[in-house]
Ligand binder design. Structure first.
Ligand code: NAP
Length: 256
């Protein structure tokens, strides 16, 4: 149910990679439910501006932050800009990630691995660090919630397609578990969401725009998922409705 909150009673969330796909759907759902937003994105300013307009139309304030979250200086600047604009932080959605064209083990290069792991793993650690520095009781914070967007690929391993991507998501599941324990008495809950095949641009970037339709019949539900269906799980894990849940994860994967 949509809440009407004003002034500093609204919570503040950062969504990395919030300009498209799952991040965009999450930002809109949060905006409709009492959050002001900082939406981070890499380069697609038109998409980011469009989300900002939609977020504002829902009554939320919105700060856009363009920058690469695999870069430490950029992450620090992102969180500093949220301090300057909102003076509070309640939620982090670690969501920005990339997928590279499909390969098998014979085609793996160090350059590819560095890019993949920097973007998909380091960024989540760095953003989590900055969030904890603002949320944890021991740092003077009031608590908060972090959701790490992982992938069902962490379970399947994505053979002949994206083993590097799958491995990066395995690392994120481990981060979720460990950080939840580190933060368990600090007021910060940390959980994960593992989407399956979702209709977003990510599959185009992975070299196969029609991938969801090619494999959807293999899923028990017989269809691909929509970003909005993933956003619902992220929102629930950020909300007080999941107050006894930490270190856990929800698979949103059509029964796979
Ligand atoms: P997407 O549609 O490709 O959108 C990616 C978003 O991340 C965009 O906003 C992009 O910004 C941003 N981004 C990419 N690299 C970045 C960087 N280095 N720094 C800052 N922002 C960056 O992706 P999606 O499919 O919604 O995926 C979102 C999350 O769900 C990812 O963690 C992904 O691994 C996970 N997931 C997706 C699927 C699926 O089927 N789609 C399945 C399982 C898991 P620009 O718009 O500027 O490029």
């Amino acid at each position: 149910m949509s809440q009407t909150l004003t002034g500093n009673t609204r919570k503040v969330a950062i969504v990395t990679g919030g300009s498209r796909g799952i991040g965009r759907a999450t930002a809109l759902l949060l905006a409709a439910n009492g959050y002001d937003l900082c939406i981070n994105y890499l380069s697609n300013t038109a998409a980011a501006e469009s989300v900002k307009e939609q977020v504002q139309a829902l009554g939320a304030s919105c700060l856009l932050f363009q920058g690469d979250v695999s870069d430490e200086e950029c992450v620090v600047a992102l969180f500093n800009s949220v301090d300057a604009r909102f003076s509070r932080l309640d939620a982090l959605v670690n969501n920005a990630a990339l997928m590279l064209p499909q390969i098998s083990i014979e085609q793996v290069t160090q350059q590819r691995l560095q890019r993949m792991f920097c973007t998909n793993i380091s960024s989540y650690f760095l953003c989590a660090r900055e969030a904890v520095l603002r949320m944890a009781f021991k740092h003077g914070g009031k608590g908060g919630a972090i959701v790490n967007v992982s992938s069902l690929a962490a379970r399947t391993g994505s053979p002949h397609e994206y083993m590097d991507y799958a491995a990066s998501k395995g690392a994120i599941d481990t981060l979720t578990r460990g950080l939840a324990r580190e933060m368990s008495r600090e007021g910060v809950r940390v959980n994960g969401v593992r989407p399956g095949l979702i209709y977003t641009d990510m599959h185009r970037d992975g070299g196969e725009p029609g991938r969801v339709d090619r494999v959807k019949e293999l899923l028990p539900l017989g269809r691909g998922g929509q970003p909005e269906e993933v956003a619902q799980a992220i929102y629930w894990l950020l909300s007080d409705n999941s107050s006894f849940t930490t270190g856990d994860r929800i698979d949103v994967a059509g029964g796979s």
